[in-house]
Design a binder for this molecule. Structure first.
Ligand SMILES: Nc1ncnc2c1ncn2[C@@H]1O[C@H](COP(=O)(O)OP(=O)(O)O)[C@@H](O)[C@H]1O
Ligand SMILES: [Mg+2]
Length: 221
């Protein structure tokens, strides 16, 4: 079953001579419960595509449907609700709130949404990600790998329809990177989590169920 459908997606930035066509008509489907890797040179449109799938930006043309929700009809407020309820984001630079503890960071999106966290699931996720003993620490007290594991826990806690990760191992050393990647893959296997990950690393891409290659705003295999 496809959980994401993208049709003829186009997006440009800037105007006139400085205009850049970031996406040139993308057609793509993402299968539910699978790990899809997106690879391609810097500037090929990977982040733009991920941001449009996650409802962080709006296209010039074309259509994105995620878990039955057609994004083109949504107003900004509805897009915010879509992101909160359906999408988990993991970024290269973690994006944790520095003044909140690890526990508070992980529960932050649920608290914002007014949802009561499931304590059993919280225990399971934080245990799986090796955070059980670091829940009262602040982000800066954790290693880069620890911070990224906290960001993954935060994304998983809301049980998102899709987990979108933009070069999540990009600022980690190879050992921490492998560890974080293994945990992301485990979340696909244990929770049938759909994962779409941008990566520069071909070794990482080989661990995916499917590799999507981008070039100049197009998919080329
Ligand atoms: N907010 C923006 N403003 C202007 N140009 C942008 C913006 N975001 C992306 N671009 C341009 O669009 C193209 C695709 O960028 P991006 O999607 O970030 O590629 P990738 O993630 O593959 O490196 C690049 O030429 C980039 O410079
Ligand atoms: Mg990018």
């Amino acid at each position: 079953m496809d959980i994401v459908t993208v049709h003829n997606l186009k997006k440009s930035f800037g105007k006139g001579e400085s205009q850049v066509q970031a996406l040139n008509g993308i057609d793509l489907t993402i299968e539910k419960g699978k790990f899809t890797a997106i690879i391609g040179a810097s500037g090929s449109g990977k982040t733009t595509l991920l941001n449009l799938i996650g409802g962080l930006d709006t296209p010039d043309e074309g259509e994105v449907t995620v878990d039955g929700v057609k994004l083109s009809g949504l107003k900004e407020k509805e897009l915010a609700v879509f992101r909160r309820s359906k999408v988990g984001f993991v970024y290269q630079n973690f994006n944790l709130v520095p003044t909140l503890t690890v526990r508070e960071n992980i529960l932050f999106p649920l608290n914002l949404a007014g949802t009561t966290p499931d304590p059993v699931f919280f225990g399971e996720i934080t245990g799986l990600l090796g955070l059980a003993k670091r829940l009262d620490a602040y982000p800066h007290e954790l290693s880069g790998g620890g911070q990224q594991r906290a960001a993954i826990a935060r994304a998983l806690m809301a049980k998102p329809s899709i987990l979108l990760a933009d070069e999540p191992t990009g600022s980690l050393d190879s050992k921490n990177g492998q560890n974080v990647l293994g945990l992301l893959k485990l979340s696909v296997e244990n929770y049938h989590q759909t994962l779409v990950m941008i990566t520069h690393n071909l070794e990482i891409a080989q661990m995916a169920d499917r590799v999507v290659r981008m070039e100049d705003g197009r998919i080329c295999g």
